[in-house]
Design a protein around this ligand. Structure first.
Ligand code: PEP
Ligand code: CO
Length: 467
């Protein structure tokens, strides 16, 4: 198996920290003065793209500034160790999967994982889905070649389609609207579920998916559910009343803020608040390939008021990181910045400590989150992208340990997962092997933990989250 972690470095080529980071006046489109990586090239009538962006700018928002500020407060508490962040969902959501079962199953697995984490850690868990807008993907190559044919790479359903033919791969501005609508449909259904009993701790059986009973971890999970049910009944008996607040949960959304015209169109001012909010999602993040200090993405992100994530990896130097922090969080606002590190199981011990030291020296308290997926991608001899459950677990365990050794704290985890019974990652209690990958390999881009693997992962890391 060959490694295929081709990342272009964050802040690559940048020099020292004394250089002035992006500063000065900002507007939702000031990113256009910078180099914008990973943007599609739309051919055809530029008027169509313009008109789509205008339409998007006038549509109602998907989220509110109240929710965004509430998430920011909760993330600030996570940075202090009081809460724990669970962020997860598809690598690339697809329009075709905007269906009730897929959405409900994804929500269920995230709720189940959070229940397991709360149970073990005795901390609140902040649930953030990579969903309702995770439609744009960065690619390591602009072009994909098969035999004699070269076509533009698939960049997510927001841009073009995965089929390997010229029509499918042509970027289409209308897809921006279709993506926004599907994000709205997904969020609408999710809100209806979580607000009206689906997440009710009196009825965690609602969260079970049909194959839960076959999971090697089913008994352990059912015991947790039972013990929580008993605690709830105990508290209600003591209080002599039903605990109404536990029939709903907070649920937030996030996506990679990659397609800057789309993000710009979703950036609004709201009454009675200062500044600009990206109202398409609660927590957008900057991907590894676009976290260039001098690039358009950092310029865009520095001006919005949302809590934001930044992916950092082996190529991020302490100096790069401090300059990114200065630029994106100049006022050291609690909850503003989440650093999502993804080094791979063989890179974490070497690369994480210098970054932790640098941030500590600055006296900054930021939220650190581990993405154990993107540094552990491998390609099988048959050319299939996969990840070993054991590599993912190993990076996570090392992350908890290294943070502790360095006097820091791992405050969150970031997974690519699905609530379905797919076979995309190998390993786990059921021992999926390479030969299983063909059976149910559906991801559009990166391999996801399936339902059982995700629940198992939560159980294996749960006790560490309380430390
Ligand atoms: C992703 O999160 O799907 C992704 C592309 O990650 P990264 O930017 O860390 O490579
Ligand atoms: Co991915």
């Amino acid at each position: 198996m060959a490694s295929s972690n081709s990342d272009s470095p964050a802040g690559a080529g940048s020099s020292t920290r004394d250089q002035v980071p992006s500063s000065g006046s900002w507007s939702p489109d000031s990113w256009k003065t910078k180099n914008a990586a990973q943007q599609p090239t739309y051919s055809g009538d530029p008027g169509r793209l313009h008109s789509v962006v205008e339409q998007l700018s006038s549509l109602p928002p998907l989220v509110t500034s109240w929710e965004i500020e509430s998430l920011k407060e909760q993330l600030a508490d996570a940075a202090l160790g009081h809460n724990f962040l669970l962020q997860g969902g598809d690598c690339a959501e697809s329009f075709a999967d905007c269906q009730p079962t897929f959405i409900a199953n994804k929500l269920k697995i995230l709720l189940q994982m959070s229940l397991v984490l709360v149970h073990a850690s005795r901390k609140r868990v902040i649930r953030v889905g990579r969903m309702a807008g995770q439609y744009a993907k960065p690619r390591s190559a602009d072009v994909e070649t098969k035999g004699e044919v070269s076509l533009p790479s698939y960049r997510g359903d927001l841009v073009n389609q995965p089929g390997f033919d010229a029509d499918s791969r042509e970027p289409d501005p209308e897809l921006l609207l279709r993506g926004y609508e599907r994000a709205a449909l997904t969020l609408n259904f999710t809100r209806a579920l979580v607000d009206h009993g689906f997440a009710d701790l009196h009825h965690p059986e609602y969260w079970d998916v049909s194959f839960v009973d076959h999971s090697p971890r089913a008994t352990e999970y059912q015991q947790i559910v039972q013990s929580i049910g008993e605690s709830v009944r105990f508290m209600e008996t003591l209080a002599g009343d039903r605990m109404h607040e536990i029939n709903r949960v907070d649920f937030f959304t996030s996506h990679e803020g990659l397609h800057l015209l789309y993000e710009q169109a979703c950036t609004r001012q709201v009454p009675h608040r200062e500044g600009w909010y990206n109202l398409s999602t609660h927590m957008p993040w900057i991907g590894m390939r676009t976290a260039n200090l001098d690039g358009a993405h950092v310029e865009y992100f520095r001006g919005i008021r949302n809590p934001i994530g930044v992916k950092i990896g082996a190529a991020t130097s302490p100096d790069d990181l401090l300059r990114l922090i200065d630029t994106l969080d100049p006022d050291a606002e609690p909850g503003r910045l989440t650093l999502i590190h993804r080094f791979g199981k063989d890179g974490l011990r070497a690369h994480l400590p210098p970054l932790l030291e640098a941030v500590k020296k600055e006296g900054r308290t930021l939220l650190w989150c581990c993405d154990p997926m993107h540094g552990n991608t491998i390609t099988t001899q048959d050319g299939v992208k996969t990840r070993h459950f054991e590599s993912i677990l190993s990076e996570l365990e090392q992350a908890f340990e290294v943070h502790e050794q360095c006097g820091s704290r791992l405050g969150g985890v970031h997974f690519e997962l699905t609530g379905e019974d797919v076979t995309e990652c190998i390993g786990g209690a059921r021992g999926l092997g390479e030969s299983d990958l063909g059976r149910a390999y559906h991801t559009q881009v990166d391999p996801r933990l399936n339902y059982e693997q995700a629940l198992e992962m939560a159980m294996l890391i749960a006790r560490r989250t309380g430390e």
